[in-house]
Design a protein around this ligand. Structure first.
Ligand SMILES: NC(=O)C1=CN([C@@H]2O[C@H](COP(=O)(O)OP(=O)(O)OC[C@H]3O[C@@H](n4cnc5c(N)ncnc54)[C@H](O)[C@@H]3O)[C@@H](O)[C@H]2O)C=CC1
Ligand SMILES: O=C(O)C(=O)Cc1ccc(O)cc1
Length: 740
């Protein structure tokens, strides 16, 4: 008897015996031993394996399944192939104390429990099965790895009368070797693992065997590429272990094999008939599912907290800007176009789309729900729409990450589908209230359940009332878009009464895809009809265009042509206003594909000071930072009223700009909600836009027309929204440097 047995209290888990000292048993032993958590005993029917375990220090002592050892164990771990476990349990039964925790690592669980029942009649409360979802195609104690279980899952399958104290110890045991513990019902375990692990092993073994015994086998292996190697790695796994698995998990394996065989037969038919569309559909959905799975895996192993790197943009004073440019499609328009195309019947081609940043989150969500989306080029998508209610239930919750736009688009769409779904998010979206959006979905008829009221994550159960009618009481563009998407799900006529008049992008796009939206004076009637896939070329962002036009107006000698600016009512009014204070702007608006776009030409002009009433400030609230900048370069004193009555974030934005102006030695006064700005040439400096992209652009104009270099910090959002900023600057001839 080794001396340690008497002094076991020294180690956290006391005496631990591993029966079956192969790859998994050896890895468990090493992981516990290296962390000093237990005194390790090993037993194996192969003496050589046991001797290796001792000589390589994997275990402390060899052991036998006799009273001398078994009665002294705190924990016994069965790590033999699954069909050997019954005889091992019979051997230890006579000496097993009820206080000893017994677990196993077998790949199947139903069969192990059946074995325990055969040996003990009832499964003893101290026998609690488990299964690490970690391993390799290797076997034997020499292949053991103390880090094998780190950041991998360990499934435990307790029974109703499992001893709770020992169950808790089992959880601690797995956690101590780095695993995340998950509890699961035995039957569910065997079905899930039959699909995720057993079937792939069966396919790999069968494929290699079939090819090895087929024609030209020499050359097949000689010319095998990486794909063959990846696919067949697991065919090098231990044959005894896998024979045992398939004998032990027969029913669940047959069920998943039959399902797979049917799908393989469909694929055979598609190939025989040259049905490229079916093949393309399967491959695209499979790619999306696998990409999704890899992301999940990455989150598990790397952690989901993304590193946000602070970015700054510096500009140098410029004398002029010159050139013709075409702006990449507006971000929010890009999100909407993907959504509407995905819900249309047939194929849509979307050109000049901005696929950077969170547009990909919206795109991924639709791919996860079965929509085939081809990326033809970097700014050109071909979307194979599935119809309004044709999305497929995703295999995991839809993750909108940190994208508000994706959330407001997806929630009403998901509420209109014939399946329940959960929506999750990350970081800053998690602690915010989305009461306005959730209540809109409830008005639609859907059930919205969240653990924290009005916050994500959320579970949606679909239901759509016959006549969705939504009256908005805020001017939020996003909520307006959600309302119209909710209305198109109305089986009878839908209705939206917006807070602000006029048409916005979402309605214009919906009309372009065939939805009848009729203005009856008091609101909009949305007639029931499917969406039809069409082609669309997206126009550039209005704010970016307004920014460039202002820049050209301030720099002597500038000549600018923007070929494809969006021209919504705000940007149209902004251009007209700039013209009224002297700017040289030529607009050629056209109604292209139902969207207001236009060519904009502008050049340098002396601007005059101006006054804005409170109503005008409200009308121009989105472009107010640009108007404040115009006031800096206008001759004389400009007054902007009503700032104190703007929605908070607009007011905050102007106040932050006032601070920046003062820092750049521009005389300005803010009192009782009114801002007075005196013209002048700003000094450069280091500014902070507080993560606001619109403010950042206003600050950059000040920098380009200033006396020295200007650096704007906290520009991550700007660079996400205006990803082509640096290349636009290069094209137009001014210096703009992005740095971390
Ligand atoms: N290989 C893998 O990736 C994973 C395997 N598992 C499960 O872990 C168990 C062990 O697998 P590996 O470590 O890969 O196999 P292995 O072949 O490396 O080790 C099994 C060991 O059990 C011993 N053994 C067989 N019958 C015995 C008996 N009656 N009494 C004492 N020792 C006996 C063998 O001599 C061998 O040393 C299996 O039940 C398997 O289903 C679980 C997760 C992953
Ligand atoms: O080698 C691999 O990739 C595996 O799949 C390992 C594996 C084999 C069997 C299990 O029960 C769990 C994991």
């Amino acid at each position: 008897m080794p001396a340690d047995m008497a002094s076991k209290a020294k180690k956290k888990f006391g005496n631990v015996m591993i029966i079956g000292l192969g790859m998994i048993g050896g890895s468990f032993a090493k992981a516990l031993k290296e962390r000093g958590l237990a005194t390790l005993y090993g037993a194996d029917r192969r003496d050589g394996e046991l001797a290796l375990g001792v000589s390589t220090g994997v275990i402390d002592y060899p052991a036998e399944l006799t009273a001398e050892y078994v009665t002294k164990m705190d924990i016994i771990i069965l790590a033999t192939p699954v069909r050997a476990m019954e005889s091992v349990l019979s051997e230890i039964k006579p000496y097993l104390l009820p206080t000893t925790l017994v677990t196993d690592v077998g790949s199947t669980k139903g069969s192990v429990i059946d074995s325990a029942r055969r040996v003990f009649s009832d499964v003893p409360p101290n026998f609690i099965p488990s299964h690490p979802i970690a391993g390799a195609e290797k076997s034997g104690v020499l292949a053991s790895n103390p880090l094998l279980f780190e950041k991998h899952m360990a499934i435990v399958t307790p029974l109703s009368d499992s001893n709770p104290v020992l169950l808790d110890r089992l959880h601690r045991l797995w956690r101590s070797v780095g695993a995340d513990v998950v509890s699961m019902d035995v039957e569910h375990h065997d079905h899930v693992l039959a699909s995720s692990s057993h079937l792939p092993h069966l396919l790999a073994y069968t494929l290699v065997d079939a090819l090895a015994n087929g024609d030209r086998s020499q050359d097949v292996f000689k010319f095998a590429a990486g794909g063959f190697r990846d696919f067949t790695r697991i065919a090098s796994s231990d044959p005894v272990m896998w024979r045992d698995v398939f004998m032990a998990n027969k029913d669940a394996t047959l069920a998943t094999l039959d399902h797979f065989t049917d799908r393989l037969a469909d694929m055979r038919t598609a190939i025989e008939q040259g049905d490229g569309a079916s093949m393309f559909g399967v491959f695209t959905r499979a790619k999306s599912a696998r990409d999704h799975f890899l992301r999940l895996l990455e989150q598990r192993t790397i952690g989901s907290v993304k590193e946000v790197r602070p970015m700054s943009v510096s500009v140098l004073p410029a004398s002029s800007i010159k050139g013709n440019i075409s702006l990449l499609g507006d971000k929010s328009l890009s999100h909407k176009a993907i959504t509407i195309a995905a819900l249309s019947q047939g194929v849509s081609e979307i050109k000049n789309i901005d696929l950077t940043g969170d547009v990909r989150i919206t795109m991924q969500a639709f791919r996860d729900m079965g929509v085939v989306i081809e990326e033809v080029t970097a700014d050109y998508l071909r979307v194979h729409g599935v119809g309004l209610r044709g999305l497929k239930a995703p295999i995991a919750p839809i993750n909108v990450h940190q994208s508000r736009e994706s959330l407001y688009l997806l929630l009403p769409v998901l509420a209109g589908q014939p399946f329940s779904v959960s929506v999750v998010a990350e970081d800053k979206l998690l602690n915010q209230s989305f009461g306005d959006l959730f209540s809109l979905v409830r008005q639609m008829g859907g059930r919205v359940e969240s653990e924290i009221a009005d916050c994500l994550p959320v579970n949606l159960s679909p239901d759509v009332s016959l006549d969705v009618s939504i009256e908005l009481n805020t001017g939020s563009e996003r909520l307006r878009m959600s309302a119209f998407l909710a209305a198109i799900y109305s089986p009878l006529e839908g209705r939206v009464v917006p807070f602000l008049p006029g048409l916005s992008h979402c309605e214009v796009l919906l009309r372009h895809f065939g939805v009848s939206i009729l203005d009856d004076g008091a609101g909009f009637r949305v007639l029931p009809a499917g969406l039809i896939g069409v082609d669309v070329v997206l126009s550039g962002d209005e704010y970016e265009a307004s920014w460039l036009v202002l820049l050209s107006s301030l720099l002597p000698g500038s000549e600018l042509l923007i070929e494809n600016s969006g021209l919504d009512s705000t940007s149209f009014a902004f251009m007209m206003f700039l013209r009224s204070i002297g700017a040289d702007i030529l607009m050629s608006p056209k109604n292209e594909l139902g969207l207001s776009v236009g060519e904009l030409r502008s050049g340098f002009a002396e601007l005059k000071a101006f006054s804005l009433t409170a109503e005008q400030s409200y009308q121009f609230r989105d472009v107010l930072p640009l108007l404040c900048v115009a006031a800096v370069y206008a001759s004389g004193e400009s007054r902007i009223q009503g700032i104190g009555s703007l929605p908070y974030h607009h007011e905050d934005r102007v106040l932050a700009l006032v601070d920046a102006l003062r820092q750049m030695k521009i005389t300005c006064a803010y009192e009782s909600g009114e801002l007075v700005i005196e013209g002048g040439l700003p000094k450069g400096g280091e500014l902070d836009c507080a993560g606001d992209d619109k403010l950042a652009l206003a600050m950059l104009v000040l920098g380009v027309r200033s006396q020295s270099v200007t650096k704007v910090n906290d520009c991550q959002k700007l660079l996400e929204e205006f990803s082509e900023l640096e290349s636009v600057a290069r094209q137009l001839g001014f210096h703009c440097l992005v740095a971390q």
